[in-house]
Design a protein around this ligand. Structure first.
Ligand SMILES: *Cc1c(COP(=O)(O)O)cnc(C)c1O
Length: 469
């Protein structure tokens, strides 16, 4: 399997080549040259597989330059009961006949990002050891991504993590999750400023090419191809759990921000998994809902990006969306370049008048909708009263939009992207009670914390990195 860029300017590369890279050299995103196609016999065989068996059988088709025995060992070490609490890894919770929540948040940081990030940690360690290299991951977080990255990379040989977060702006639970890590390869830098300041510093450091090369700076952001591929697996697992035979179809509803999660659903569908609809659910930051409803993709500035009670979806530009558009335009890199040139110069592109627009739902199965704070509260209340289940705010957005798009006779799987314990304040607002905390995390706020407070100054951060590598 070779990888190319959505903008056409990258020589075909292997999985290992692109594993540690960010954007392609031409500013595009890495994509497999073609999607592996599953025969009916292969799909039938997969139905009986355990999660790690399934993960290996799917990922090996994308990572065929890693020796099979090595990849199998990496996958077996990643998807364990010890890390995810069950042998099913992503169990399906039945709300009623034909309506399910797929649990993706039983990993160490209680959000679905662990599903991919845990694999990435093991793949990075393996690849760096093989190349005799080291990597210093620099990131900015407002909560979920940073903690998932730290828990995936803690204790890994050859990897250090420098994670910037806005000082005293994360929830006490999120802060405790990150800052209580005592591993010597994890550095929490609390920046006096807001999340955007942290992100600006990461950009400034990454744009200092000499510094970046000398200190081997890398990232683990949501465009990382291995993260997307790891997420393909749970669509298969959810499909098999909700059906009796591979003649049936299911629909998935996916809480979306950067289009990473639902992009994996699109890939699963392109490989031949019988998915009927992929329902893209946004919160008030509805860039993606607007596109799927109208054909107009209009990015927002930070002044028009709202802070909501499903904060991990407060995104104004969907970084993985280009991967779907590449498929939509028939993999014509020139068209992708032209569309993103329009985004760069005018902030938007519009396919409403193009014949492509009809294909988005007819051929690719996409549907969408949006959910507001009031919808979240109502959905959390209704789900608790009707089914006795407490869901988090992001999952509530997905369930709300999924139910609007539900079709009789088609099982609907709503992906759970976080546990309610991460978003206690909104659960209290909706239900007037605290969500349960997983065992072992009851007193996490009381653990000793390890972090450095720094000014929002790229030079200070560079100095810290230089002194600690
Ligand atoms: C990251 C995240 C999302 C959005 O996922 P994308 O892959 O960016 O679309 C949704 N919910 C939670 C809890 C998240 O952490």
């Amino acid at each position: 399997m070779k990888y190319i860029s959505t903008r056409g300017g990258m020589a075909p590369a292997t999985f290992s080549d692109i594993l540690l890279a960010g954007l392609a050299p031409d500013g595009g995103l890495a994509m497999c040259e073609s999607y592996p196609q599953l025969s009916r016999a292969e799909l039938d065989a997969m139905r009986a597989m355990s999660y790690p068996e399934l993960a290996f059988d799917l990922i090996r088709r994308f990572a065929d330059d890693i020796p099979a025995a090595d990849l199998k060992a990496i996958v077996d070490k990643t998807y364990t009961r010890a890390t995810y609490g069950t042998d099913e890894i992503t169990p399906l919770k039945r709300l009623e006949d034909g309506l399910y929540i797929q649990e993706l948040s039983n990993g160490p940081t209680l959000a679905f990002k662990d599903m991919a990030m845990q694999l990435l940690g093991n793949l990075f360690e393996y690849t760096l050891a093989k190349q005799g290299e080291t990597l210093n991951i620099l990131g900015a977080t407002s909560g979920d991504t940073g903690s998932a990255a730290e828990y995936a990379m803690r204790g890994k040989q050859g990897v250090r993590v420098f994670m910037l977060s806005p000082h005293e702006k994360m929830s006490p639970f999120q802060t405790a999750q990150m800052f209580s890590l005592q591993d010597p390869n994890i550095f929490n830098l609390a920046v006096r400023g807001v999340f955007d300041d942290c992100q600006d510093i990461v950009k400034a450091v990454s744009n200092d090419h000499a510094f970046k090369a000398k200190y081997k700076i890398g990232t683990v952001n949501s465009i990382n191809w291995a993260r997307v591929v790891a997420q393909v697996v749970y669509y298969f697992k959810g499909y098999f759990a909700a059906t009796q035979s591979n003649d049936q179809q299911v629909s998935f509803s996916v809480p979306s921000g950067n289009f990473g999660n639902v992009c994996a659903g699109h890939i699963a569908r392109m490989m031949g998994l019988p998915i009927r609809k992929l329902i893209v659910a946004t919160n008030e930051n509805d860039v993606l809902d607007e596109f799927f409803r109208t054909g107009r993709y209009k990015v927002r500035g930070s002044a028009n990006t709202w802070q909501t009670s499903s904060p991990s979806m407060d995104i104004s530009k969907a970084s993985n969306f280009e991967r779907f558009i590449f498929d939509l335009v028939g993999r014509d890199a020139e068209q992708v370049r032209a569309l993103w040139q329009a985004v760069d110069s005018t902030g938007e592109f519009d396919l409403s008048a193009s014949p492509l627009f009809a294909k988005i739902s007819a051929e690719y199965g996409f549907a969408s909708g949006k959910s507001t704070h009031a919808d979240r509260l109502a959905t959390i209340r209704h789900t608790f009263e009707q089914y006795g289940v407490i869901i988090d705010t992001h999952t509530a957005d997905g369930l709300k939009v999924g139910l609007e798009q539900r079709e009789a006779g088609v099982p609907l799987i709503c992906l759970e992207t976080a546990l309610p314990a991460k978003f206690e304040a909104t659960i209290r607002e909706a239900l007037d009670r605290d969500p349960p905390r997983p065992a072992g995390l009851e007193n996490i706020e009381a653990l000793p914390q390890r972090f450095e407070v720094m000014d929002a100054d790229a030079e200070q951060i560079k100095g810290f990195i230089a002194a600690h590598v």
